[in-house]
Design a protein around this ligand. Structure first.
Ligand code: J2J
Length: 539
């Protein structure tokens, strides 16, 4: 079994007694639909309409072939697929034989992928020829040298390594194969991160399944729901809040889009009768603008009933325009891949729906809002969010030092968000973690700083957030150069980072060279002063 930090026994017992943990594997989501409505369409992907029966068949085919190839419970997989039906096929296939995937984002590049591989030592890697890393066989060979037994690729013809081939009928699933027990690790979620290396979040069947079931109910998902997945399918929000899994749980249909670009999405909404869509705030702004520019576009959105917005801070003024301009209801979501998810409720008054980021899913989500000394603050006063509960993890994978900082003695996870609590609802008002939230994409400052400092001419680096009208935040890197170093241009700096293999969304939007970085009284880099200096520049 895969090691992870378990919940204390008494809490685990309570979560079972309360009916949150029902000891079913996540594959039960599919099994249930197979008996209920096998011929209903589960996924629309381009021209393909994939029924629940077909989704089940393809994922069983892959599971059986992988089992025959020697994969079994406790193995790990590294998966990187774009928004295609195969993403869900592969997810269920791996879970069916107890293989735990890391689902990397398609925007991840060599650095992230190599780091995930280093951490989980995957037995199988599933990628796409459409990604630069798998365009030729060099990276696949590297992974195989490091121990991966199989690399399967979407868009490949050679049967031995063609994902499409592995999805066709082959051997029977061996009798002994099956999902890992429900209180063991099902898969790893990706942390937005605030440390030098990307961190992985072990999620068990029990905890994730509860968050999915409860989310589906809170968001009113039914078999009539037609859900547009335009955010990266692997991300926790479109996967589980209520996400594609919540839609499969209720027997609805997931319609895949390549990106949240409004015009392509509007066409899909009209053609497919989409009823529900999760979006990040910058995408909402694009959708609003597209309808404001051409009001006749609104008619095509007639079926759209509910827009879920989360991932980054969402201005109340923009929130109010969602029903007004797009003609649908709004539900705010404040969630995290680590666990805790908050929703405004469908029957909440406007004052809450537009101004708050929601309240927790579960009556047993415990929330603490703390001051600098770790003491609880009263309602209405901003403080740091700490939480534990039936679907909030208890430790990053193999990261004892970081866990010692991220968790307190009571097992509460400190998310690094600054929130205000009012009447049980939370509003996100700031952040204490060293992270940049670039339109919902999270950048760990330390990770980029370390890469910058690998440049021979850079002695100090500090990455800070700057306000941005469209993305909410962009990033600016402050650099100190080695004495006598020639000036470095922004393109040269970006090239240095791209050569290091980092995802493009992590590239600093701006660079500033300083003779030295300002320090706080205790000798740490004074990021507040750096941020203020940027504000002064634009003022
Ligand atoms: C402000 N900040 C928010 C919000 C997340 C549902 C929805 C989102 C995520 C997600 C998710 C925010 N307002 N409404 O996993 O299941 C910031 C916070 C939080 C971090 C988590 C889900 N919603 N955030 O965004 O793991 O800083 O998950 O701690 O990517 O995003 O990021 P992530």
């Amino acid at each position: 079994m895969i090691e992870f930090t378990r919940w204390p026994k008494d809490q685990a017992r309570h979560y079972r007694d309360a009916g949150y943990w029902i000891d079913q594997p996540l594959t039960q989501i599919l099994d249930a639909q197979l008996s209920a409505q096998a011929e209903a369409v589960a996924i629309v992907c381009g021209d393909r309409r994939i029924t629940y029966a077909k989704l089940d068949r393809m994922s069983r085919n892959l599971a059986a072939r992988l089992a025959e190839a020697g994969l079994s419970q406790g193995d790990r997989a590294l998966v990187q697929l774009p928004n295609v039906a195969e993403f869900y096929v592969v997810f269920f296939a791996l879970l069916r034989i107890g293989v735990a995937p890391v689902n990397a984002l398609f925007s991840h590049r060599r650095m992230e992928m190599a780091e995930y591989a280093r951490q989980i030592q995957p037995a199988v890697v599933i990628g796409s020829r459409a990604h630069e890393l798998f365009r030729d066989d060099a990276f696949a060979a590297e992974l195989q040298e490091a121990g991966a037994r199989h690399v399967l690729l979407l868009g490949e013809d050679a049967p031995e390594i063609s994902l499409a081939h592995w999805l066709t009928a082959g051997p029977e699933l061996p009798a002994g194969a099956g999902p890992s027990p429900a209180d063991e690790v099902a898969f790893f979620q990706l942390s937005g991160g605030s440390t030098g290396t990307p961190k992985l979040i072990p999620r068990t069947h029990n905890d994730y399944d509860y968050s999915v079931r409860a989310s589906a109910e809170i968001c009113g998902v039914t078999s009539a729901t037609r859900f547009l997945c335009a955010l990266p399918a692997a991300h926790n929000f479109p996967l589980s809040s209520p996400g594609a899994l919540g839609v499969f749980h209720a027997g609805g249909t997931v319609i895949l889009a390549a990106s949240p670009e409004p015009l392509a999405c509007f066409d899909l909404i009209e053609a497919e009768g989409v009823t529900m869509v999760p979006l990040v705030p910058p995408a909402v702004a694009l959708w609003l603008r597209a309808v404001e520019e051409s009001p006749e576009r609104r008619a095509g959105l007639a079926t759209l009933d509910l827009m879920l917005v989360g991932g980054a801070s969402f201005a109340e003024a923009t929130a109010r325009r969602v029903p007004e301009i797009l003609g649908c209801r709004l539900q705010q979501v404040f969630g995290m891949a680590e666990g805790l998810v908050n929703y405004t409720r469908l029957d909440d008054p406007d004052g809450i729906v537009f101004a708050m980021q929601g309240r927790p899913i579960s009556p047993d989500d415990e929330i603490r809002v703390l001051d600098d000394q770790g003491h609880p603050v009263p309602d209405g006063v901003p403080g740091a969010l700490a939480t534990r509960g039936p679907y909030t993890f208890r430790g990053y994978y193999r990261s004892p030092e970081h866990n010692a900082q991220a968790f307190d003695a009571d097992g509460f996870y400190h998310s690094g968000d600054v929130v205000v609590r009012e009447g049980g609802y939370l509003r996100v008002v700031g952040r204490i973690k060293d992270q940049i939230n670039r339109g919902g994409e999270k950048i760990a400052s330390e990770e980029v700083e370390n890469l910058l400092m690998r440049h021979p001419d850079i002695t100090h680096a500090a990455l800070v957030a700057t306000p941005d009208a469209h993305l909410g935040e962009k990033s600016c890197a402050f650099l100190v150069l080695r004495d006598g170093a020639a000036r470095l241009s922004p393109p040269a700096l970006r090239r240095h980072l791209l050569d290091a293999g980092v995802a493009e969304y992590k590239l600093p939007d701006r660079f500033r060279i300083l003779p030295e970085l300002p320090l706080t009284a205790v000798g740490k880099i004074d990021k507040r002063r750096l941020r203020d200096s940027l504000l002064a520049e634009t003022a």
